[in-house]
Design a protein around this ligand. Structure first.
Ligand SMILES: O=C(O)c1cc(=O)[nH]c(=O)n1[C@@H]1O[C@H](COP(=O)(O)O)[C@@H](O)[C@H]1O
Length: 208
């Protein structure tokens, strides 16, 4: 029910589903086609190239076969992007880099965030944007690369960040499904619709 409503992207954490099976994936993919939303598996890959190739394409989840977008930390260096790209590019997938995080005391800030941008610029065919807490400043006058329009997805925030911080998509979990055992499904549906509608309005206002 939630997935019927939350689009343009639906974020998953497939490794915490206790009764995972292929039927779940088939249903998810069918819903994404019916409602035209993208599936974003929030896997936060963080290993060397050879290992992420296997984690992305193999195992029980076979993430690359159904998830349009996934994300990765850049701690291992560029091999994590090239490894994931070797699997994802032929399938038309896209990657988000974690340039910043919402958690207190995160090390993903300052020079680390700049490094994420630099690394993304070396893989423009596969990296589509960032998990970040705000839109980056425009490139300096010395920048001579192609025009840039990275997607910025921002978690752990309210709707105000779309206008105030220039992000494109807000990632909302508990604000929609509640805490503890979760909310009744009609409450979840209402909350999801509220975020979807208000998020879109804020996005359009920002573009004006
Ligand atoms: O990559 C993410 O999506 C992510 C990055 C980050 O810095 N902070 C963060 O909360 N997230 C994810 O965003 C979602 C936020 O959920 P709530 O805190 O319940 O709204 C969770 O799925 C987190 O794993």
């Amino acid at each position: 029910m939630i997935l019927n409503i939350i689009y343009p992207t639906s974020q998953t954490h497939i490794d915490i589903v206790e009764d995972f099976d292929q039927d779940l994936i088939d249903q998810l993919v069918a819903l994404s086609q019916k409602h035209d939303f993208l599936i974003f598996e929030d896997r936060k890959f963080a290993d060397i190239g050879n290992t992420v190739i296997l984690q992305y394409s193999r195992g029980v989840h076979r993430i690359s076969s159904w998830s349009h977008i996934t994300n990765a930390h850049l701690v291992p260096g560029p091999s994590i992007i090239s490894g994931l790209a070797s699997v994802g590019l032929p399938l038309g997938r896209g990657l988000l880099l974690l340039a910043e995080m919402s958690s207190e005391g995160t090390l993903a800030a300052g020079a680390y965030t700049q490094a994420a941008l630099d690394m993304a610029r070396t893989a423009r065919d596969f990296v589509i944007g960032f998990i970040a807490m705000q839109r980056f400043d425009p490139p300096p006058p010395s920048y001579s690369g192609p025009p840039e329009d990275w997607l910025i997805l921002t978690p752990g925030v309210g709707l105000d960040v779309i206008k105030e911080r220039g992000c494109d998509i807000i990632i909302v979990g508990r604000g929609i499904y509640g805490r503890g055992n979760g909310s009744p499904s009609d409450v979840i549906a209402r909350q999801a619709e509220r975020y979807r509608m208000e998020g879109w309005v804020a996005y359009e206002e920002r573009l004006q």
